[in-house]
Ligand binder design. Structure first.
Ligand code: EPZ
Length: 445
């Protein structure tokens, strides 16, 4: 009787078993990835997670309807929806995306079980203070990659006139005075924190008078938030630069807004093309949101062709290049792990330094299990390229390191299993389905 399993030819013309018995031994949800399949065609990029989350929180600033399109289907988005629903926000899933309306807010505090594990929940404190003059939110706490403090957020809210206390892991904030209206102020951030910039923006838009944020984060997601707020009737200028000014207004109105494409997802898929030495297109994308990654891929020997809102990568060769993560427009920390996966089979030795988070090198040990030659000195990894990785059972410790393990498995010889899907699904919707459409051989168990 013929073999019951199916086969699929890899790029070397070898028939490889699509399903293997490895997975029968692993109980946790995981991906089974058989490497050495080339990719081709075009991969569709979703809306940006790190924009959609803060845009959803901004809906608290008005009683009118906010319609967001191009919202990605992710567990983090579901988590943020649950948080907003618990405050009394009405949310409808429409064909075009999400319709949110905060015209009947009956709660001003969030429960710990809803907040725990979703740092973006802290984005609610600014709008609640600005709209209602009160908020009570558990500290989001640290996560796998670092302590994730919120001191800069709190510093900004206090500058705007709020009383803020932190007791027993809960942040309680209120606005004094009869009107309960924040007062415009000038804030200088100690570090260009994305979240702190967004929190202060959302608090200042309804404050009395003028505010400014110096040493502001310049990330595209901050720019997308400012664009939404201005569409709601705010008066913000300078977003995307180091100094943002805000003229407070009395109230904000409903509007429609399309979430920008996810630059980190687009970059991850471009690296998938590079690591499998495949010509691959990603779309839609805003090329200037990925300038630092594109430059490093070009420096490494990949041809990059920009065609409107599409980017095509053709990895002629992949030489070792050094990266240091920086705030935008520098190399994004969220692409550090995926890029390290690429460097493990590059020609030469590369040095990767993580400057944003204190604990974002967990993927090093997992890549070493696949035969990568990496030396770790604090937050600096020295990677000596090897001819090929070998398949292994691996897992990711956070969203981006799990994505990095998927990329490494695509290029490894043999069949790997990747655990940590609860991390992966936070930031990449149906990642394996989109990779399989492009020619990969991945099965989710
Ligand atoms: C946002 O986190 C993103 N998350 C992160 O993406 C991203 O890595 C990060 O920005 C940097 O680009 C969302 O937007 C939901 P930060 P955020 O405040 O706002 C320090 C992913 O994988 N800091 O810019 O929390 C902090 O310790 C996630 O999608 C303070 O010191 O980032 C860190 O070292 C991971 N004090 C650095 O700034 C503060 O008050 C960057 O943090 C706040 C931050």
């Amino acid at each position: 009787m013929g073999c019951s399993c199916q086969y699929k030819q890899n790029t070397k013309g070898v028939n490889m078993p699509i399903a293997a018995s490895i997975s029968k031994r692993i109980s946790k949800p995981h991906l089974e990835i058989t490497g050495n399949y080339g990719l081709s065609g075009e991969i569709k990029v979703s809306g940006a997670k790190n924009s959609a989350l803060v845009l959803m929180a901004a809906s608290l600033l008005t009683a009118d309807q906010i319609r967001l399109s191009n919202v990605p289907h992710l567990t983090d988005i579901e988590g943020m929806s649950q948080i907003l629903l618990s405050l009394g926000v009405k949310i409808n899933n429409e064909s075009s995306g999400l319709c949110l309306q905060a015209n009947d807010l009956h709660h001003l505090e969030l429960s710990y079980e809803l907040v725990h594990g979703l740092r973006a929940s802290f984005f609610c404190i600014g709008p609640l203070l600005a709209r209602l003059g009160k908020a009570k939110i558990p500290l989001p706490g640290g996560c796998e990659i670092g302590a994730r403090p919120v001191a800069e957020h709190i510093k900004g809210l206090k500058a705007l006139g709020a009383y803020v206390s932190v007791e027993n892991g809960v942040v309680t904030a209120s606005v004094p005075g009869i009107q309960k209206r924040l007062k415009g102020a000038d804030v200088i951030l100690d570090c260009p924190s994305v979240g702190a910039t967004e929190t202060i923006l959302m608090a200042a838009v309804l404050a009395e008078g003028k505010s400014s944020i110096e040493n502001a984060a310049q990330e595209p997601e901050v720019q997308d938030l400012a664009k939404l707020l201005n569409s709601m009737g705010a008066n913000i200028s300078g977003a995307g630069g180091p100094k943002i000014t805000i003229e407070g207004v009395q109230r904000l109105y409903g509007c429609k807004h399309t979430v920008i494409p996810d630059r980190i997802e687009a970059g991850t898929f471009l690296i998938a093309g590079a690591i499998t030495r495949s010509t691959l297109r990603v779309r839609p994308v805003i090329p200037e949101h990925l300038s630092s990654l594109l430059q490093k891929l070009r420096d490494s020997g990949c041809k990059i062709h920009i065609d409107g809102d599409a980017i095509e990568i053709n990895p002629i060769e992949v030489k070792a290049v050094d990266i240091t993560t920086q705030p935008f427009p520098g190399f994004p920390t969220d692409l550090q792990a995926p890029f390290m996966a690429l460097m493990t089979t590059s020609i030469g030795t590369s040095v990767i330094t993580e400057k944003i988070y204190e604990n974002r090198m967990q993927h090093v040990a997992e890549l070493q299990r696949m035969g990568a030659c990496i030396r770790l000195q604090g937050n600096t990894a020295i990677i000596e390229g090897v001819p090929a990785l070998s398949a292994a059972p691996v897992s990711g410790g956070d969203l981006r390191s799990t994505a990095a393990m998927v990329l490494a498995s695509l290029a490894a010889t043999g069949t790997s299993t990747v655990e940590g899907l609860h991390h992966l699904d936070r930031g990449y919707s149906a990642m394996e389905e989109r990779l399989n459409v492009a020619g990969a051989n991945i099965i989710r168990y």
